[in-house]
Ligand binder design. Sequence first.
Ligand SMILES: [Zn+2]
Length: 341
Amino acid sequence: MVGGSEKHLRAAKNGFDMLLDQSFATGGWGPDEMLQTPGSGKVFASLAKSHNSFETPCGAYAHMKLTRYLLRCTREGRYGDSMERVMYNTVLGAMPLQPDGHAFYYADYHSQSSTDNAADTAGTPNDVLGSGGKRVYSVHRWPCCSGTLPQVVADYWINGYFHEPGAVWVNLYLPSALRWSEGNAKIEMELEGAYPETSEVRLRMKTTRAVSFALKLRIPAWADGAALQVNGRSVQMAVPSGFATVQRKWRTGDTVKLQLPMKPRLEILDEAHPETAAVMLGPRVLFALASEPVMASSAQALAIQQAEGGEWMLQSANGVVKMVPFTSVQSQTYATYIRVT
Ligand SMILES: [Zn+2]
């Protein structure tokens, strides 16, 4: 940013791609706090071996910084997609910091499939935690993650929007109001909606005078069939580099409605294990609340049904299994990955 060095930008891009190559469906990475060689199968192997899958507050803080700077430098939506994925699936589900310094540290993606057997030997943490994931506090008081959790939370507000003369970029669809000046106009843009619980995002403009600027909206790569309306009229949308642009003269009362349709999809962790998949809906992973390995056909996994209270139901081979986003996992044992038959 300071020196305009192409070399440093390329290093940051390469670093991001290296992380992406070894990321879980949640966007988290680095089981046991180690970067793994892409393609080595070690991230997959960690599912059966480790409960220390992603160092959540520190990792999310680092990931959000990296993606925020890459987004600023490149204006490519893929960095925003990645930031959003890490936010909803990892740090937003971290347990609150305790007054005595106990903090949430590792997200646990342990997902023992029915074919794993002797992988867990005596003396490993699995003897304590068993198979499947659990949300637990670190045994340490005031660990690194007790510092980065408040830092990452404080940064939520600098991740949502970006501004340059003549354009405002919306990266995260957080209910909020953005105030800024464009030439002589003072503008307030209100963002509403329950995204990602629902697929609709609404924006409303208030401005002291009519003013031209480009509104740039991030369209996540998964949002097939995304649609845009301005003042109730459908607008043709092109999405170069992951952002749609509405360029016009804005007036008070102008509204924008964005639909980001969410269809269930499966995401595998490792090409060598296409049977092990996470169920995704929009930016979020749905975690299966079960202490036994969950098996389902891909048709069953893609036909999950929404139930009351932000839950989904999966008709699995062993009966109905409840699925929830990470923010709704309480003390239950869960599987991040299911076995698709
Ligand atoms: Zn940490």
